[in-house]
Design a protein around this ligand. Structure first.
Ligand code: FES
Length: 731
């Protein structure tokens, strides 16, 4: 029995008492409402979250029962969402959406969200009382997530009714189960239609973003997999946020002084929200399927068993949080709460929830200054115990106010999509046995866009896929030139260019874009590996034009397979060193640095990963990392180097902390009181990003793009480290 005298985990009011009892109980007690043994202690929950191979997410989303399984076959994904997937599929599909949800990128939605919040409050501000869940808490996140995904926010009510199917008996919308299932099918059909529209006409929304990622070739997925991403996200994105604003407000308003302290400014709102996520998350926990015999919490678990990871309990574990049952708005963030989970399945929408909830608190404070609970705190009703946690209603009151005359603040301007440009293949030239050069000119009256050395274009292949190629001609000539190496083990893009593209063909390109800009310098050493010569060719022209002292080291296996080699040697015999390794053996990369001045000089390199990693090692050994600029063919592999300790200086507080070899920057700075937010703690969500004021980060995340990595202006503190001895962060 629980301390309240009810059966454990059946009374929502006694949930936290029951979880405390579970934490104090040896082993993993079984709980009927969760249908599994409960993992309630912080360390054991974190252990399971960071071991997704042993604790599979396939138990998170229940299988669709008959007759809906048959009704939905081929139209509604059976596991619904990313939540129910394991790697490699989870990793692959999440990579298509996670960069979209980085906090600094979501900030562009703030004006639009504020305007939506004001409009909803206009609808009830004169009444003096409302059930805030029905009038604000539910509709606002639904409008926001619909808009962010790319659907019409004015259809939010219809979308909410369709998603109600997933809520089962808790769905407030009328209709038989079959009618509700039909609404869900209609929603999926509608999302498919919008996907088809966005394929041709990109906007500033998630569906367009996923198309861009697919077109770039970075993530492969089917249309059905793409469809599977959105309804689940919309469901999670509005239900949880709605529950968070209601429970959070109730706890703040229960003590007017506490509410006033939380609403002091934006910083206090953000801090209050973090404590509220710890105190009462919208997710009590999630199930996992044990895939192999293992030990957890001193208990032997067998493959096939299910466990319920009770995040709400972990966030109140007294072994990790002092006075865990007290709401402490000044709590240190040294120990991360589990309100959004952790690891690969950490809440994808957490940055959007944080943004939206902060705006909600702010706008409510501005519009309803004497907001108060309309019923005693103790009488507020909670929904039955389940994996989710929320209130039935949130009755609030205030002094009625008139609706102000207010001009709309305007909507977020959608940046123009990168338009595809038609081009003609004016010439096709064979450079070596496996490299062809294409010269592209404008297909129509308009001119091709300007570009600078280091730029690349996306070339649309005959099958619609996009591939990136560096521009290797001269800017300002009215034509674009690329050289394509046939890669037999590639994804087929280069083979399609070799086999199918001929002079006179019409193609489409996007760009140019530039992640590899030439910085002003007195000296340059250019290092090319094979086809990596392409972006360096226009740099040579530019260096000549600027009067820069330059040298080229051109590496390859066989001279006859090195494109442009004879032209280069003929034009610049004193500046080009050709190094075919089959004849000359291994090139000494360490020797490069002795010929480069310690200031005002750079090594620019493009080529295979082995070459670039070798250059990074040699630069580090020479203490010249800041003088190395790289263009990679593919994303940087995860570092296999052992961690070294280094110093981090917090510029605003003046504190200096040492990041130990087994510690993250995030933990070290939060230990020093910095209050950096985190969600996944695995470098995939962007929540923990901090500005770098000095020092060179060693990026180990999966969210920053190449240009952002090279710029080194920010760091994902949960995984990335330092290339030197010291980083100075804007904290
Ligand atoms: Fe997610 Fe660092 S917490 S990237």
């Amino acid at each position: 029995m629980s301390p309240q005298g009810t059966c454990p985990f059946t009374s929502p009011r006694s949930l936290f008492g029951d979880l405390a009892t579970a934490r104090a109980t040896d082993g993993l007690p079984y709980a009927e409402p969760f249908g599994a043994r409960v993992v309630s202690r912080y360390d054991e929950i974190v252990q399971a979250l960071h071991d997704p191979d042993t604790f599979s997410s396939s138990a998170t989303v229940p299988e669709m029962p008959s007759p809906f399984r048959e009704m939905f076959a081929g139209r509604v994904p059976s596991r619904g969402t990313l939540l129910g997937l394991d790697d490699p599929d989870h990793d692959r599909l999440r990579a298509a959406v996670n960069t979209f949800f980085m906090p600094r990128r979501l900030a562009r939605y703030e004006p639009w969200i504020r305007e939506q919040a004001h409009r909803l409050i206009d609808g009830f501000v004169e009444q003096g009382s409302t059930d805030l869940k029905a009038s604000f808490g539910l509709p606002l996140p639904l409008r926001v997530i619909a808009h962010v995904v790319g659907l019409d926010a004015d259809r939010a009510e219809w979308i909410g009714a369709a998603l109600g199917f997933f809520l089962g008996p808790a769905d407030p919308h009328p209709g038989t189960p079959e009618e509700k299932a039909q609404r869900l099918l209609d929603l999926h059909d509608h999302v498919l239609e919008v996907m088809a529209e966005r394929k041709e006409d990109r906007r500033d929304d998630l569906i367009s973003h996923v198309w861009d990622v697919r077109d770039s070739g970075a993530v492969e997925m089917t249309d059905f997999e793409m469809l599977s991403l959105f309804p689940g996200l919309m469901l999670a994105g509005h239900e949880t946020t709605s529950n968070l604003i209601c429970t959070g407000l109730s706890h703040l308003l229960a003590d007017p002084a506490r509410y006033a302290a939380a609403q002091r400014d934006d910083t206090s709102r953000a801090a209050a929200l973090e404590e509220l996520f710890r105190y009462e998350s919208a997710i009590t926990g999630m199930k996992r399927l044990v895939t192999r015999d293992t030990q957890l919490g001193g208990v032997r678990l067998q493959a096939g068993e299910e466990v319920f990871l009770a995040y709400a309990s972990g966030s109140r574990d007294p072994s990790r949080f002092s006075s865990p049952d007290a709401l402490d708005l000044d709590r240190s963030w040294a120990v991360p709460h589990l309100g959004f989970s952790q690891g690969v399945h950490a809440c994808l929408g957490a940055p959007l929830a944080r943004l939206l909830l902060r705006i909600e608190l702010d706008v409510l404070h501005e519009r309803l200054p004497d907001l108060r609970l309309a019923v005693p705190y103790e009488e507020l009703q909670y929904l039955p115990v389940s994996a989710g946690r929320g209130m039935v209603a949130l009755p609030l009151s205030w002094t009625p106010l008139p609706v102000p005359e207010r001009q709309p603040t305007g909507t977020v301007a959608a940046p123009a999509p990168a338009a595809a440009l038609p081009v003609t293949v004016a010439a096709r030239r064979t450079l070596t046995a496996d490299v062809v050069e294409l010269t592209l000119t404008a297909d129509g009256p308009g001119a091709l866009p300007d570009w600078e050395p280091g730029a690349h274009i996306d070339l649309e292949l005959p099958d619609g896929a996009l591939r990136q190629y560096s521009l290797c001609g001269r800017p300002g000539t009215g034509e674009l030139r690329i050289a394509v190496l046939r890669e037999e083990t590639g994804r087929g893009g280069s083979a399609a260019v070799h086999d199918q593209v001929r002079a006179g063909d019409r193609l489409r390109i996007r760009g140019p874009r530039n992640h590899f800009r030439l910085r002003p310098a007195a000296s340059l050493v250019l290092v090319a590996g094979g086809i990596g010569i392409t972006p360096l060719l226009p740099m040579i022209e530019e260096a000549e034009h600027r009067g820069t002292d330059w040298q080229l080291v051109f590496l390859g296996r066989d001279r006859q397979r090195m494109p442009y080699v004879d032209e280069l040697v003929a034009r610049h015999p004193d500046r080009v060193q050709v190094w075919p390794s089959r004849e000359l053996g291994r090139f000494d990369l360490n020797g490069l640095w002795s010929g480069l001045p310690a200031e005002d000089g750079y090594v620019y390199a493009c080529g295979p990963e082995q070459l670039l990693t070798g250059l990074e090692d040699s630069a580090r050994a020479a203490g010249r990392e800041a003088q190395l600029v790289l263009e990679r063919f593919a994303a940087r592999p995860t570092s296999a180097e052992p961690n070294r300790p280094f110093e981090v200086a917090l510029a605003r507080s003046g504190t200096v902390v040492t990041v130990g070899e087994d510690e993250t920057v995030l933990d070290a700075v939060n230990r020093a009181g910095a209050a950096v937010l985190s969600t996944c703690r695995e470098g995939t969500c962007g929540t923990c990003e901090v500005r770098v004021l000095d020092g060179v980060p060693e990026h180990r995340d999966s969210v920053l793009g190449l240009e952002e990595r090279l710029a080194g202006e920010t760091i994902m503190t949960c995984v990335s480290r330092c290339r030197g001895q010291r980083l100075v962060l804007d904290l």
